[in-house]
Each structure stands twice: as C-alpha cells, then as structure tokens.
Design a protein around this ligand. Structure first.
Ligand SMILES: Cc1cc2nc3c(=O)[nH]c(=O)nc-3n(C[C@H](O)[C@H](O)[C@H](O)COP(=O)(O)OP(=O)(O)OC[C@H]3O[C@@H](n4cnc5c(N)ncnc54)[C@H](O)[C@@H]3O)c2cc1C
Length: 482
C-alpha cells in the first residue's frame, strides 16, 4: 500500500529542499509527456519518480496507441479516417460525459502521432488485417476495438486505429516506445530524481497546491512547485483494498495488469485535496477467444445455453459481457472445421461431443437450450444474417457435430484486467472538485485519471497510452503557462 499523508499546510513548511515551476509525479508515459512539454514551453521542471528508473506500466505494455483521424500510417496503409469519423465512433461506443475531452482526443490524434514519431517511437507503415489482440510481427496498424462490430459499423466508417509500436524480439512495443520517450527526457536534460516517493501534497491557505512532500532514503523533504504539480503516478490496479471495493469479481478471479508501484498513490494523493473521482468500478478485462480468428465463427453461450452477444466483438467487450452473465460463466462452442486452442486466456478445453444432447448434459445447461440455440444460429447462417446479434457475415458458418467446447468463464480462465476509473480532470488536465471547479495548482494525467471509456465494452486497446500521452502533454503545457 502506498504511504499517503497530508495535505500539508504551506505555512508549516520551514524549508523547501528543491523548487521548480512544474513538479511531475511519476515517469511513465503521462509524466514523461507532461515533463517534456512543460520544459519545452520554458518551464523549470522536476520529475519525482518512486522507482529506480522511469517507465512504469507503460514500459510493460504492448505499445498500442489508439490514434486516428488520418495519421500517416493510416494513410500509407490505404485507410481513410478523419477526426469527425473517429469522434463519431468513440461517441457511439462510449458513455463518457467528458465530451470536451473526447473531442480534444480525436482532434489531437494526428498531431500526437507525429509528435511521438518525432521522439523516435517507431510505427511501421504496414497493416495487420486479421483479428489480433496485439502483434509482434512488425505491423504498425490493426483494428483494436469495436469499429467493425454492430451497431458501431453502421454509425461510423470503420477504420483501424490501433497504432502498434514494433516490439524488438521479446521486448514489448511499450518498452520500445518508452525507451524513445525516456531517451528524449535524457537528451533534453529534464531533471529527474529517482527513488523519490511522493507521500503528500502541500496546499496554501487558498487551497492552491504549491508543492509536495517526498520521502527518499528514509528522509522526508518538501519540494515547491511555483506553477503546478502534475499527478502522473499510474493506476490502482495493484491496490487490493481499492480493487476489492470497486471491482470484486475481477479482484477475486482476475489478474491485475501493472507493476508494483501501480498501487493507487496518484488517486490517494488527489483524494487528500478533494479531487472528484469517476467510474471507479470501470475496468477492461481480456482473455480473448482470438487468435486463432476462426474461433470467432463459433458461438458463445451462457450457463442457460443462450447466446448473448456477437462473437466478433472486441475482446474487452466480450469479457465485460461475460461478467454480466449468471455466475460470470460462458462457453465457447466450435466444431471440427474451425477447432483451435485460444492463444490467450488459458481457457479450459472441456471435451468434444458427438451430439448436442451430450454437450448439454456435460455443460449442465437446461435440456433443449443448446438444441434451440444451434438451430436458430444455423438457420441465421443459412439466411446470411445473424438476426439476433448481428455478428458480421464474414464470421458466419454453420456449426456441425462433432462439437468442442472451451470454458471461458471469468472464474475459470485467466482474465487480465486494468482499471479505467480515477481522478476527474478537464481537457487541460486540471484536477476538478466534485462541483466542477478546479483544484488550483493541481493537474493529473494517465492511469490515475478517469478514462474516456468507462468500461470494457467501451474500450479499444491503445486508448490508455494515447490519452495518457495527449492529456499528459496538455497538462504540462497548461501548467507551464499558468
Ligand atoms: C502488460 C500491459 C499491457 C498493456 N498494453 C497497453 C497497450 O498496448 N496500450 C494501452 O493504451 N495501454 C496498455 N496498457 C495500459 C497502459 O500501459 C497504462 O494504462 C499506462 O501505461 C499508464 O501510464 P501512466 O503514465 O499513467 O502510468 P505508469 O506508466 O504506470 O507510470 C506511473 C509512474 O509513477 C510512479 N509512481 C507511482 N507512485 C509514485 C509516487 N508516490 N511518487 C513518485 N512516483 C510514483 C511509478 O513508479 C511509475 O513509474 C497495458 C498495461 C500492461 C501492464
């Protein structure tokens, strides 16, 4: 658990050990982008990083950035997109009430792509056109959300927006991206103090955040921030108390994504000065049934033997929907023609069955339920349209005996997940009180803030790194200018 105290009254601070214009807490993608932008705007910046090196969860990540609106990679790969089209898609799939942030996200996207490339973050001009969770084969672009899934495919022209940083052997794309971003921090001589654990915020009599308390080598000291403090301390995925309270199912059965310092320090520091929180139960989980993508041609049923969603949905949407089924249980039914083992999720192969009756008995679903589910599905396949859930015709295929079943229930498989809720900010990264007023002097960005997608059914892979970098930069720029 993180140590978080305070807030400390500025009047009680007898000595500032260090002073900067902008103090950034954490050196993952959000903090690094905030620091670079603030220093480039002429501010005197100081980054305080609790670990012995920068990177955070960002360096562990797959390195997908959800960017669009007509980036150079999209254009080079022959895809048309525009900020309006990107907004139309995200507006239809998300329920966020932070519309100004959503617009900024879409309108900044092309420039953000160019900016990342200017730091040396590599994106190949080659698209991966199959369904995948991520690629390690060098392609720089793939579809990572629900763009082609009903009803969204009718609401905005589908375009791939998952910009995949090329991994390097066993090294993930996120690691490669962070090497470039941290390389810029070093090249531009942005001051960083490592093993500096920020344990509290300092507030003046008017409520303005004017500094932080840090603990280093067992000694506490105060660091003054003349213009602003940027909280970029990452997620609370590894804070068992917070996750058990807000996301009990996945806290019990899932595996949180992140590194040990993703323990909610940013959220808890924000709480000490009354920053609003939103979407705390929101998370995106994944134990994708694809690849191999042929498995999408199977059907997913619940413990009542009924289908409940289109099987071609984004893997995070599927996990979200399974979590809402009775007992969070679900089965993937395939046949001999499309059989394969799912690459992700460690899903349990149950058995092969010669008849539907035998399969019903083995799965303990109501007698007759799978017979009618398969009859209806196969009739829809013959008609060329999944009238019930609108799975794309590309994935429709008659299912015939013998069948095979994987148990893809949340409690039975390895669902990895990350939280999506957190501190509330405006489009410039300013931290907000519950009444919408700003907390003067305080900014927040990245995984300690509330995401644009409120849950796994709204998310697209890459939205965290993209938003962390865009709103991190905006926070840094705004703080420097304040
Ligand atoms: C395996 C994995 C794969 C992922 N893949 C993707 C992907 O492809 N695309 C995507 O968009 N998202 C992905 N994510 C999620 C994404 O990586 C995170 O949401 C994002 O990196 C968060 O960035 P951040 O800068 O907010 O936090 P982090 O990168 O975690 O950085 C926070 C930093 O703050 C430091 N810190 C914490 N507390 C303190 C303190 N009190 N004082 C000082 N410093 C502190 C930490 O040590 C850390 O270095 C993935 C995550 C994981 C773990």
């Amino acid at each position: 658990m993180p140590t978080v105290e305070g807030p400390f009254p500025a009047a009680d601070v007898t000595e500032w050990a260090q002073t900067a214009d902008v103090v950034v807490i954490g050196l993952g993608i959000a903090g690094a982008c905030a620091a670079l932008e603030a220093q480039r705007a002429g501010a005197d910046v100081l980054v305080l990083e609790r670990a012995g090196a920068g990177g955070g969860a960002s360096a562990l990540s797959q390195g997908q950035f959800y960017l669009g609106g007509g980036t150079d990679v999209q254009t080079a790969c022959g895809y048309e997109d525009s900020p309006e089209n990107m907004y139309a898609f995200l507006r239809s799939v998300t329920t966020t009430d932070e519309d100004a942030k959503l617009r900024v996200f879409c309108e900044s996207s092309v420039e953000q792509f160019d900016w990342l490339e200017s730091l040396g973050v590599p994106f190949n001009r080659e698209a991966y056109t199959h369904k995948a969770v991520y690629t390690r084969t060098g392609e720089g672009l793939l579809t990572t959300g629900n763009e082609k899934v009903w009803p969204f495919r009718d609401q905005a022209a589908p375009a791939p927006r998952g910009h995949q940083v090329s991994g390097d052997g066993d090294v993930s794309g996120g690691n490669v991206a962070m090497r470039a971003v941290l390389g810029a921090i070093e090249a531009e001589q942005v001051p960083v103090i490592y093993e500096a654990n920020v344990i509290g915020l300092v507030q003046d009599a008017e409520g303005r955040v004017v500094g932080v308390k840090m603990r280093r080598d067992g000694r506490d000291s105060f660091v003054q921030a003349r213009k602003g403090v940027v909280l970029a301390a990452g997620s609370f995925n590894l804070n068992a108390d917070i996750t058990a309270e807000h996301m009990p199912l996945f806290s019990e059965y899932g595996k949180p994504l992140g590194e040990p310092t993703n323990d909610g320090a940013g959220l808890l520091l924000g709480r000490t000065v009354g920053v609003a929180e939103r979407g705390m139960a929101g998370l995106v989980a994944t134990a994708s049934i694809y690849p191999p993508e042929d498995l999408i041609k199977g059907i997913v049923v619940n413990a009542e033997g009924r289908r409940f969603m289109p099987e071609d949905a984004y893997h995070g949407r599927m996990a979200h929907t399974i979590a809402r089924q009775p007992g969070a249980r679900a089965f993937l039914i395939v046949d001999e023609e499309i059989f394969g083992y799912p690459k992700h999720g460690s899903h349990t192969f149950l058995d092969a069955y010669e008849t539907v009756d035998e399969m019903e008995a083995a799965l303990s679903v109501p007698a007759g339920s799978l017979v009618s589910t398969l009859d209806r599905y196969n009739a829809d396949v013959a008609a060329g349209e999944d009238a019930e859930f609108h799975k794309h015709p590309d994935w429709l295929k008659e299912l015939k005996a013998p069948y095979a079943v994987f148990d893809i229930s949340i409690p039975r498989s390895d669902y990895h997940w990350m939280s999506l809720g957190g501190l509330v900010t405006d489009e410039d990264g300013r931290a907000l009180h519950p009444d919408g007023t700003t907390v003067p002097g305080l900014y927040a960005a990245g995984a300690c803030t509330n995401h644009l997608a409120q849950d796994g059914d709204e998310y697209a892979s890459g939205m965290s790194l993209a938003a962390g970098s865009i709103f991190g930069r905006r926070a840094g720029a705004h703080a420097a200018a304040s």
